[in-house]
Design a protein around this ligand. Sequence first.
Ligand code: 5GP
Ligand code: ZN
Length: 141
Amino acid sequence: MENCIFCKIINQEIPSYKVYEDEKVYAFLDISQATKGHTLIVPKQHVTDIFEYDEEIAAAVFARIPKIARALEKAFPEMEGLNILNNNKELAYQSVFHSHIHLIPRYSKKDDFSIHFGNHTDQQSPAEMQAIADKIKEQVK
Ligand code: 5GP
Ligand code: ZN
């Protein structure tokens, strides 16, 4: 897609630090390096976000994640964990609108990356939880 920075990277129109490529997928270092080795995996086909994936693109991208994860672990034996993150739409911190999966190696609790999950266990009754699950279940196609 025109004017997409990640399409340009995939097509070698702008440079990147490539770590892996095959016919479906391209993986390269995130320019911001949240931690050392922070890598992005992208489908070569331009899709904006997870809502646009078909099963073939999903299978291609998600099948490559363990391969790159293991490569990171071998490259950096001091790595003690890995966060896998995928932001969808601006509210959820997506800033490049060619879908990508972040692989963020973790080295210590002080490595300048954190995620906060609020725990709101007490806010919904069992009936409300069931209603939420049912509402989603009805839409799974
Ligand atoms: P998002 O915020 O959409 O989840 O992540 C977009 C990521 O793309 C950011 O972490 C940002 O550092 C990275 N990024 C933006 N522009 C470029 C670029 O030109 N090259 C590379 N390698 N990464 C980029
Ligand atoms: Zn693109």
